[in-house]
Design a binder for this molecule. Structure first.
Ligand SMILES: NC(=O)c1ccc[n+]([C@@H]2O[C@H](COP(=O)([O-])OP(=O)(O)OC[C@H]3O[C@@H](n4cnc5c(N)ncnc54)[C@H](O)[C@@H]3O)[C@@H](O)[C@H]2O)c1
Length: 315
């Protein structure tokens, strides 16, 4: 059997962000209809700042099963490599044959931001114009691409650990988005305080987003802290947000942003008001008032990767 392999270049040319948002809408609609389920990933520490993850999924709607194998090595930038490298393998549910393998680095980059855009579309105020990025890596770039598809963003503020990184990010992107004003910020509070949409996209293990800075009516995509030991939001931020997750089990087991305040006794399990499937299907209303602060806590699910790979292998 000839193995079909889809390279990073091929994935990037076929899986445009708008298409991926549509695929992610299908994933969460299928969840709501009971046609999708999620298993927790297995994560193995390799060394300090280095983990290897296995993320399996069965996709009845596509009649496939599969898994993403991914490394997240935050030391990789020094080598000129992305922090996340991986593959997604897809098998037939009918006869178990391997249908193909896709580059998982590009799928991860695109699908994560596509899910945030789907959540943003259902949770953020329609009149959101100012977007903040906390972190300036791959996910910051992808969130810029994705969120601007669902809201008419006029200004982007960004904070990174160094001002030079924030400035580089703005220089790199301003030509592609001529209608957007880019503002690199020397401190994070300045980047956050006027933002209607805030994306936290860092591997931080201590809070980078503080509730005291977040204005009424803002929407937060909390994307970076997808391990128990990591957190990007402080307890106040979590307490004052209407919290929605991608998946209850993942959030309860993997989301430091939620687990730290829970263990402190600042919130209870009832603080999670719904998952994205309930929101997308209209079973739960995310935003009740213009002044609500909504928060989408993203852990990243294997079914998102396998659905993208299955779609790519059919093209
Ligand atoms: N939820 C999901 O589905 C999902 C998917 C992919 C990545 N992620 C997570 O999102 C985060 C960002 O991913 P990426 O691919 O953009 O990574 P990246 O390595 O490309 O970028 C990371 C950014 O965070 C900054 N940073 C590093 N350490 C920091 C710290 N301690 N405090 C504040 N900022 C810091 C870096 O300067 C850089 O701007 C990672 O934690 C990653 O694991 C989540």
């Amino acid at each position: 059997m000839e193995l079909k392999y889809m390279t990073e270049k091929e994935v990037n040319s076929l899986l445009d962000m708008k298409t991926c948002i549509g695929l992610m809408n299908n994933v969460f609609t299928a969840f709501a209809e009971g046609k999708m389920e999620n298993k927790l990933r297995s994560v193995f520490p390799v060394d300090a700042g280095k983990v290897f993850g296995i993320m399996p999924a069965i996709i009845p709607t596509e009649d496939v099963c599969g898994a993403k194998l991914i490394t997240a090595f935050h030391t990789n930038h020094a080598k000129g490599l992305p922090s996340h490298l991986g593959i997604v393998a897809v098998f037939s549910n009918d006869d178990g044959q391997l249908q193909g393998i896709c580059d998982g680095t590009s799928i991860t980059a695109i699908r994560t931001a596509a899910v945030s855009a789907l959540a943003t579309d259902h949770m953020a105020r329609k009149d959101s114009r100012i977007m903040c990025l906390i972190g300036g890596g791959v996910q910051a770039t992808m969130h810029l691409k994705a969120i601007t598809l669902v809201r008419d963003i006029k200004k982007v503020t960004i904070w990174c650990p160094t001002l030079a990184e924030s400035e580089r990010f703005c220089e790199k992107h301003k030509a592609e988005y001529p209608d957007i004003e880019f503002v690199p910020c020397a401190n994070c509070e300045d980047a956050v305080k006027d933002a209607d949409i805030i994306n936290t996209v860092t591997p931080s293990s201590v809070p980078v987003l503080f509730g005291a800075w977040v204005k009424e009516g803002a929407h937060i995509n909390a994307v970076g802290a997808c391990a128990k030991a990591n957190r990007e939001l402080d307890t106040e931020c979590m307490v004052k947000s209407r919290l929605f997750c991608d998946n209850y089990d993942s959030c309860k087991n993997e989301a430091g942003d939620y687990i730290f305040p829970l263990e402190e006794g600042a919130i209870t399990e009832a603080h999670i008001l719904g998952d994205l499937a309930q929101v997308v299907s209209g079973k739960v209303t995310a935003r009740e008032k213009d002044s609500d602060i909504t928060c989408f806590e993203s852990q990243g699910l294997a079914c998102e990767d396998v659905v993208c790979a299955a779609w790519l292998l059919k093209q």
